[in-house]
Design a protein around this ligand. Structure first.
Ligand code: BMA
Length: 358
């Protein structure tokens, strides 16, 4: 009996302390085995013809755009925090922050991965993120009202991130994508509105603010520029632009990029050109710095392109060491603004096939 107990004890202890693999381990495995994890924005919040946006929250099982097509929840899903800096009850796309808290927890409980993004308002004009009026030089200068505003915005965001916990109050693991598409000219943190130095300072400030607000837990940070065309359109130039804005090895875990397919078959050549240029730059930089690679945001709005998922997106996912591929939201209130098919859509079967082959 004594020997039996001695033998069993370590086993019992191991079983009790057995933990899920970390996000880093899972994403690394996905990249190494060339089976990227699929991710969808706002997957369990609403779709083109359904929504869960009413308060109060119900205890009902979540619905999901992906589950409606494939029968299972996506392994990864994204939530947006824009509006939390205004202390709004709902984000800029009308998703209640309480719903985000609930659904992020459920996703982790079912073994899934959660990613978050943040589109706060311009700290000078107070218009939305898409107002590129330069505001960072003031925002980063202590003593200015814009600096106070920026600090308040970051504190409120960090406090919300800290409130994403499991049922025992432990911080949820998160993939945090900060200040994306900096090489585009449409956001106030983009290349038309600030310098790479200012951008990097903002990134570090935000990263540090979140880390200061949370003890323990796993957080991976994603850097994801958009088009790379500041230098002559060569592979080397693209890589240089990605390096110019790079926030730093110590605060970035995943190097990704955003690129969209505009139009149907006519836009295919342009999409693939950009995809290859940007993913080549990501892969080169990530290899040098020991980072993971992802497709941080993509999609073909309305999916007019025949068999877009298996024919256009899938080969890209397999040609590069992609850890995850994130497809944008299926808006409820903007007709035609959707990136996953709904049941009955001409590309619905193609998406199901894509998830099998991914
Ligand atoms: C954009 C669009 C907008 C949305 C924003 C933030 O790409 O989907 O409608 O408000 O993302 O989620």
């Amino acid at each position: 009996m004594k020997y039996f107990k001695l033998f069993l004890l370590p086993l019992l202890l191991a079983a009790c302390t057995a933990t899920q693999p970390t996000y880093r381990e899972r994403l690394t495995k996905a990249a190494e085995t060339n089976h990227p994890i699929f991710s969808h924005q706002d997957d369990v919040c609403y779709g083109t013809d359904w929504d869960r946006l009413q308060l109060p929250l119900t205890g009902d099982e979540s619905e999901s755009c992906v589950k409606k097509l494939t029968g299972s929840f996506p392994q990864m899903m994204g939530f947006e925090l824009g509006g939390v800096e205004q202390l709004w009850e709902r984000n800029l796309d009308s998703v209640p922050f309480d719903l985000i808290r609930q659904e992020a927890r459920r996703q982790v409980e079912r073994g899934g991965i959660v990613t978050i993004s943040f589109h706060p308002r311009n700290v000078l004009t107070l218009n939305d993120s898409w107002d590129p009026t330069p505001c960072l030089s003031l925002g980063l200068q202590p003593g200015t009202p814009q600096h106070d505003t920026l600090n308040v915005y970051l504190d409120r965001m960090a406090a919300f991130v800290a409130s994403l916990t499991d049922s025992e109050g432990r911080p949820l693991p998160l993939v945090i994508r900060l200040w994306h598409e900096c090489t585009g000219d449409w956001f106030w943190w983009g290349k038309a509105s600030c310098t790479p130095d200012e951008y990097r300072t903002l990134w570090r400030m935000t990263h540090d603010r979140i880390e200061a607000a949370i003890e323990g837990g796993e957080r991976l940070y994603v850097y994801s520029p958009d088009k790379l065309e500041a230098y002559e359109a060569t592979e080397l130039g693209a890589l240089q632009e990605m390096i110019d804005w790079y926030p730093g090895d110590d605060i970035v875990d995943i190097i990704g990029t955003d690129f969209y397919h505009f139009g149907a078959e006519d836009g295919e050549e342009n999409y693939l050109y950009r995809a290859h240029r940007q993913l080549t730059a990501c892969t080169t930089l990530a290899r040098e710095r020991g980072k993971l690679v992802c497709i941080a945001e993509t999609g073909n709005e309305g999916i007019p392109t025949d068999r877009w998922f298996t024919r256009v997106l899938l080969p890209l996912c397999h040609e590069y060491p992609i850890a995850y591929v994130h497809v944008w939201r299926n808006a409820l209130t903007i007709p035609g603004h959707f990136y996953l098919p709904y049941p009955g859509h001409k590309n619905a079967d193609d998406f199901v096939e894509f998830t099998k082959q991914l």
